[in-house]
Design a protein around this ligand. Structure first.
Ligand SMILES: NC(=O)c1ccc[n+]([C@@H]2O[C@H](COP(=O)([O-])OP(=O)(O)OC[C@H]3O[C@@H](n4cnc5c(N)ncnc54)[C@H](O)[C@@H]3O)[C@@H](O)[C@H]2O)c1
Length: 391
């Protein structure tokens, strides 16, 4: 169980690009990174596309005014000149900026924690992976939901054969907040339906990359062989970007899967779910009841495993923060992801590649796989919703 005791010799000096006053995701980063007060220390930032608003926001977060910068270039160059400058930066800006800011951060010698979808193309991700290796730096990706401890329980139970041979993976990430075109008036939605800023997809990148990463987390051995994606723009002005998509998948070894992702699932607040069906039993987790894992063995009463209970695997208990009596939520999951990234950065800094290899965290490969997933889905959909080999 986690209790906030320090796991690093000292907190990492941390900055943010984006995640400003009006952003949707900025506070999730800060509440995740700063939860334990021992892993990260927020010391600088270029928080906003509007430089004055960004500086003002930084000051209201309690930062020194001279460490609240106009843009990421100034942030990286000025911090580099300081004896105790930043060591790691989070990038929480719209998708189209991730690639150039990540590259600039790595060139400045920083570790990076970046938002998803990581980049527009897998070629960009491979290039950045090579740059990170050359610079000996970490790139983490904030697949925040994946920090819920019950997903590690799911991973362990599948690995130890408790559901038998995996046959099907059923995934969904939908909500209804874009059911009407009035949603597109809001700043955070405008760019999501603009290919120049959002990239080659809307909901496939925005939503399904989360659930796709969760499938990789709980099923690390399962590899995609081919898929068929059909995507729609129910609000016509969003074309060519989709607000709904359905994907069928075939994995190497014979298992099959499906993913439904949508922002026009009218009335739905947020519905993310993964069900893994094996030859003996099934496991099901959803993000609106993240403290539970449903375990259904054929011909037996179903069980609801509960977070923090002694019967769980050590991996799931190790990241529990509140104990079984109290409800954990998304901010706890984000705190776990940030802690995992901090441990990865620390291991990298110490040159401890063994420790690094044993850590489970959303790394550059996880970011690359998310981009690759979107690329393959778009290729299938735009070829007329046909089966394509997974490339
Ligand atoms: N991991 C998650 O659960 C999750 C949730 C929401 C958003 N996201 C991702 O986070 C990113 C941001 O999404 P959002 O919804 O917060 O967007 P948003 O439009 O609400 O906020 C973007 C923020 O970035 C700032 N910004 C834009 N360009 C900038 C630049 N060049 N330099 C500095 N600041 C800049 C804006 O001023 C704003 O503060 C996207 O990639 C999105 O996909 C992830």
């Amino acid at each position: 169980m986690l209790n906030g005791e320090k796991k690093l010799a000292r907190p990492l000096r941390w900055a943010m690009v984006g995640g400003g006053r009006l952003s949707q995701v900025g506070y999730k980063h800060r509440s995740g990174a700063l939860r334990d007060n021992t892993a990260f220390q927020l010391v600088a930032g270029a928080f906003d596309i509007d430089a004055d608003r960004g500086r003002d926001f930084g000051v209201h977060l309690g930062l020194d005014a001279d460490r609240c910068y106009a843009d990421y270039r100034e942030l990286f160059s000025r911090e580099r000149q300081r004896e105790e400058g930043i060591e790691v930066v989070t990038i929480a800006t719209p998708n189209g900026t991730h690639y150039e800011i990540t590259k600039a951060a790595l060139e400045a010698g920083l570790h990076v924690i970046c938002e998803k979808p990581l980049f527009f193309t897998s070629q960009q991700a491979r290039e950045v992976k090579a740059l990170a290796e050359q610079k000996n730096r970490i790139v983490g990706v904030t697949y925040g939901y994946s920090g819920h401890p019950m997903l590690l329980q799911m991973r362990q139970m599948i690995a130890s054969g408790e559901i038998g041979e995996v046959r099907m993976v059923d995934m969904r990430y939908t909500h209804g907040f874009s059911a009407s075109d009035s949603a597109d008036k809001f700043e955070a939605q405008k760019w999501r339906v603009d290919p120049a800023v959002a990239g080659p997809s809307f909901v496939l990148g925005d939503l399904s990359t989360h659930t796709f990463y969760i499938s990789q987390l709980v099923l690390p051995e399962l590899k995609l062989q081919s898929l068929l994606c059909d995507r729609q723009s129910f609000i016509a002005s969003r074309a060519p970007l989709e607000d709904n998509a359905m994907v069928m998948m075939r994995y190497h070894g014979g298992a099959v899967g499906r993913m439904w992702t949508s922002s026009v699932d009218a009335g739905s607040m947020n519905a993310q779910q993964i069900r893994v069906i094996g030859s003996k039993a099934s496991l099901q987790w959803c993000d609106w009841l993240p403290n539970e894992l449903r375990y259904e063995v054929q011909n037996q009463p179903s069980q609801l495993l509960h977070h923090g209970m002694a019967y769980l695997d050590q991996a799931a208990l190790a990241e529990d923060r509140l104990g079984a009596l109290h409800t954990e939520g998304l901010t706890d999951a984000w705190a776990n992801i940030y802690l995992r990234c901090a441990l990865a950065i620390d291991a990298k800094n110490r040159g401890d590649e063994t420790a690094l290899a044993n850590l489970i965290y959303p790394d550059i490969d996880a970011g690359l796989e998310g981009v690759r997933w979107v690329e393959n889905c778009v290729r299938s959909a735009d070829s007329g919703a046909v089966w394509v080999n997974y490339e």
